[in-house]
Design a protein around this ligand. Structure first.
Ligand code: SIN
Ligand code: CO
Length: 376
């Protein structure tokens, strides 16, 4: 279990999305939850997103995408192996997400892990997410610049860099230290010695992400699609002109399906609960019955939400929960629905509810049989 050594309210007031912060010994007595050979093992898997970033003999940046079958490059200096969404695949590493649950689930992106040899790093860049970079094994030198408009360029087809910047934070991270970098602040980090870094990233959608996903949703909902009509048409002297009222009416049609925030919930709930990276879903070969699940609870079982699975609900519509892109009606048992979204693990606190409410038990059994919650 990792415990965050941080005054959370002070952090949110002063630093969150505002300025970078070094949290010295943010995790006391930090023990790496994963070893370099396991990181390499993950990089061999087809479904797992991995990259090797290094500088070649001429000092030119290079990047290769996994899966990898050999790791000779990691015997050389100035190399980094990066693995995306490790929280989906490695339950011990996934524990590193939990201390950051003071931020809402829907903002969490993933846990990225990098292993770097001496001088390894990915170069100066700007991310479009907030990140907590935790130092595990080894030491790494980090520089963070101010949020100024910097030139960005492609250092390699898979590497976007930014121009040189002066540092507002220049630190050497040791095991257990955490560096918080808000979205948009340029940064670069180079390993002083072989080093593991854990990046807990928080991504927010931008306007284009929202609009393109909403448009896809509207295209799927053809039956509610409204067409422009103009029964009151008048003889026009200037046929080239679009009149003020016509523009207003067109604008009105565009806004029809998103006039109130509540109208957005069915789409947003699905969109925000969809996982960006693959999930490690192990569907049970033999389905559990409701009775078996209840027995497991009675025997003291704890059920854990699958790593990376997103479960959310809206304050305005607490009867629905959204899990992995699907909306579920939980009006008869919304306390269960909310606990599943708010807690990473559930256990004995659910026994009474599940014994008394058969539909709640059916729902939970369905989630276990879908591979979304599991017990060890
Ligand atoms: C890394 O761990 O090498 C990259 C992390 C980052 O800069 O976001
Ligand atoms: Co970065």
């Amino acid at each position: 279990m990792f415990e965050l050594n941080l005054d959370i309210n002070h952090f949110l007031d002063i630093y969150w999305q505002k300025k970078p912060l070094l949290i010295k010994q943010g995790f006391l007595d930090f023990q790496d939850p994963i070893m370099p050979d396991e990181i390499a093992g993950l990089a061999m898997e087809e479904e797992i997103e991995s990259r090797l970033v290094y500088r070649d003999k001429q000092g030119k940046w290079q990047a290769e995408h996994g899966p990898f079958s050999s790791f000779e490059k990691l015997e050389e200096d100035a190399t980094s192996l990066l693995i995306q969404a490790v929280d989906h695949w490695h339950s011990d590493a996934q524990q590193l997400i939990r201390p950051f649950r003071f931020l809402p689930n829907w903002r969490l992106d993933d846990l990225m892990i990098s292993y770097s040899t001496k001088n390894g790093g990915v170069g100066p860049h700007i991310d479009n997410y907030d990140v907590f970079i935790i130092q595990g094994l080894g030491k790494r030198h980090w520089r963070v610049g101010a949020k100024n408009k910097l030139k960005e360029f492609t250092a390699h087809s898979a590497l976007k860099h930014c121009e040189a910047f002066s540092a507002i934070l220049d630190v050497e991270l040791e095991p257990g230290d955490i560096l918080y970098i808000p979205v948009g602040f340029p940064h670069e980090g180079y390993a002083i010695e072989p080093s593991i870094n854990y990046s807990v990233g928080f991504r927010a959608p931008d306007q284009n992400d929202l609009l393109s996903s909403f448009t896809d949703h509207c295209l799927d909902e053809q039956e509610t699609c409204v067409r422009y009509i103009d029964k009151e048409m008048q003889h026009r002297e200037k046929p080239g002109k679009i009149e003020r009222q016509e523009l207003t009416n067109l604008h009105e049609i565009m806004l029809k399906s998103c006039k109130t925030p509540e109208q957005l919930m069915p789409w947003l709930g699905k969109m925000l609960s969809e996982s960006v990276h693959d999930l490690d879903i192990a569907i049970c070969s033999v389905e559990h019955s409701n009775t078996q699940i209840l027995e497991q609870f009675n025997e003291g079982a704890q059920f854990t939400r699958l790593g990376g699975l997103r479960a959310i609900y809206f304050e305005q519509d607490p009867d629905f929960v959204y899990i992995n892109g699907t909306q579920y009606n939980c009006e008869e048992f919304n306390t269960l629905g909310h606990q599943l979204c708010d807690q990473d693990e559930v256990g004995s606190e659910l026994i009474e509810l599940l014994s008394e409410n058969e539909n709640a038990l059916i729902f939970f059994t369905y989630l276990v049989n879908s591979g979304y919650w599991y017990t060890v």
